[in-house]
Design a protein around this ligand. Structure first.
Ligand code: NAD
Length: 488
């Protein structure tokens, strides 16, 4: 049985307690994890706070911070196979996906390494002749980063990278569902040469560890990725200290296919959009909005491909769909499907749990056309379930696409350029992919509208969000200050 440790103030330790982590491919405990309780959380925040004000970090040049981030990126590249293996073991995410994703995580750190000394202030052409006024961009302070279990190395990179580039310090709370990749990441971070306490990595349960961290008076910003219900707790917690928040939440993203689309390409993109990562992706294209002119043909090709998907052990390179991370997700999928079928939805393929060891659920397609309130269309599954709705006109397609409380991602498949532009304008989401799906880059911002959250991760803006502007006024005149009772 493997055992992992938390990382506080540059030291590895056991938490206040230990808890078991389950291998979703077998349903068995495979490792023990350190559970951070109040004292551990307070120690981690104190360490980050102390590091933030320490001369080793606060006086370090931005260029030097960038060099440390480059070193960290290189260490991640070197250790990518081990990190991928751990993420696969702990979450059940297939090794094909974790290997590729973690190799790319290093690029996010490289992007923010390069950005560190390009976070510039500004000079203001102020309307007073005897004043020089400029803006300094300063780090916000201690950041609490809270991540869900899926793609933790990636979701933490888009927080830790810009936060450290900006000069903040971080306490990262790994998900209790599968913390091992983040706890191993701490060991890699430890070798990069950052001053002590700049990053602290803990894990534990939301109600205690997460709450104490996100309501801590020394935390200036909470960067959260997870579900909308947890986000409401986070916002309430952050109100204690009036900390700022960035919230990356769930989605029910529309994947819209017009009848002039390249069908083969759209089918492949839809397969990737909903079945890759076993559907456990915030940007999953989980609502197929399809022209009724091609619906039958499209669904027939889609069904054929969905049924040919290789389901298997997540650590097998041949596997395309692995287990779900938690039993709760499987129960949720079964309930949503059952409730939708009761309203008249038709299961085209899949729909029932696979009877085997581990938490497996098959690629599922369910037609919910003309049932706008089908739970399958309204709720996030976080599993390989595609809900389908047909449309007749472009206006109808847009209306269906926007008929959701979420607004994270979207896909449009058409060869008609002017229609593509109308859809790009009309869709209410943080990402529109046209004739492609699920493309990401450190250079492009990522985030949502509505219940998908607010704030953006990735790109330059994300680094600026970890800074505050300080306006500096310098009087250039040696004359005495005139009338002290008049504001100048
Ligand atoms: P979750 O919301 O249950 O948990 C996320 C994290 O919040 C965990 O670390 C958990 O311990 C912590 N937490 C729970 N209660 C808390 C509290 N009261 N105070 C502070 N922290 C608390 O999410 P999950 O089930 O682990 O992940 C799935 C969700 O994450 C889905 O909704 C998915 O769409 C979303 N997600 C969003 C993105 C994105 O970038 N938009 C990416 C991946 C996942």
């Amino acid at each position: 049985m493997q055992k992992f440790q938390q990382y506080i103030n540059g030291t590895f330790s056991d938490g206040a307690a230990q808890f078991a982590s389950i291998d979703p491919a077998t349903g068995q405990t495979w490792a023990m994890m350190p559970e951070a309780r109040v004292d551990d959380v307070n120690a981690a925040v104190d360490a980050a706070d102390h590091a933030f004000f320490s001369p080793e970090w606060s006086s370090m040049t931005a260029t030097q911070r960038g060099k440390l981030l480059y070193r960290l990126a290189d260490l991640i590249s070197e250790n990518a196979p081990r990190l991928a293996e751990l993420e696969t073991r702990d979450t059940g995410k297939i090794i094909r996906e974790t290997s590729a994703q973690i190799a790319y995580v290093a690029e996010f750190y490289r992007y923010y390494a390069g950005l560190a000394d390009k976070i510039e202030g500004a000079y203001l052409p102020i309307d007073k002749p005897d004043m020089e006024v400029w803006l300094r961009r300063e780090p916000v302070g201690v950041v609490a980063a809270v991540v869900p279990w899926n793609s933790q190395l990636f979701l933490s990179a888009v927080k830790i990278g810009p936060a450290l580039a900006a000069g903040c310090t971080v306490v990262l709370k790994a998900s209790e569902e599968a913390p091992s990749p983040m706890l191993e990441f701490a060991r890699i971070f430890d070798q990069a040469g950052f001053p002590t306490g700049v990053l602290n990595v803990i894990t534990g349960f939301g109600a205690e560890c997460g709450s104490v961290l996100t309501s801590h008076p020394k935390v200036a910003h909470v960067a959260f990725t997870g579900g909308p219900d947890t986000a409401r707790h986070i916002v309430r917690n952050s109100a204690e200290n009036l900390a700022s928040t960035s919230l990356e939440l769930g989605g029910k993203s529309p994947f819209i296919v017009f009848d002039d689309a390249d069908i083969e390409s759209a089918v492949n993109a839809q397969i990737s959009g909903i079945f890759a990562a076993t559907g456990q992706s915030c940007v999953a294209g989980s609502r197929l909005v399809i022209s009724n002119n091609i619906k039958d043909e499209f669904l027939s090709q889609l069904k054929q491909k969905a049924e040919a998907v290789v389901i298997g052990a997540p650590d097998d390179m041949a596997t395309e769909v692995g287990p779900l991370c938690t039993e709760g997700q499987r129960k949720n999928a079964l309930k949503l499907i059952e409730d939708s079928v009761e309203l008249g939805a038709k299961v085209i393929t899949g729909g029932t749990a696979i009877d085997c060891e581990g938490i497996y659920f098959p690629p599922t397609i369910i037609d919910c056309s003309n049932i706008p309130d089908a739970p399958c269309l309204r709720n996030e599954f976080f599993g390989p379930v595609l809900s389908v709705v047909g449309f007749d006109t472009e206006e109808e397609a847009l209306k269906i696409a926007n008929d959701t409380t979420f607004g994270l991602a979207s896909g449009v498949f058409t060869k008609d350029l002017t229609r593509a532009h109308r859809m790009i304008r009309g869709i209410r989401a943080g990402i529109v992919w046209v004739n492609t799906y699920r493309a990401v880059s450190p250079i492009a911002p990522f985030g949502g509208h509505g219940l998908s959250g607010h704030g953006r991760e990735g790109g330059l803006q994300a680094a600026l969000d970890y800074t505050k502007v300080k306006a500096v006024w310098l009087r250039t005149s040696d004359d005495p200050i005139p009338d002290p009772f008049v504001m100048r």
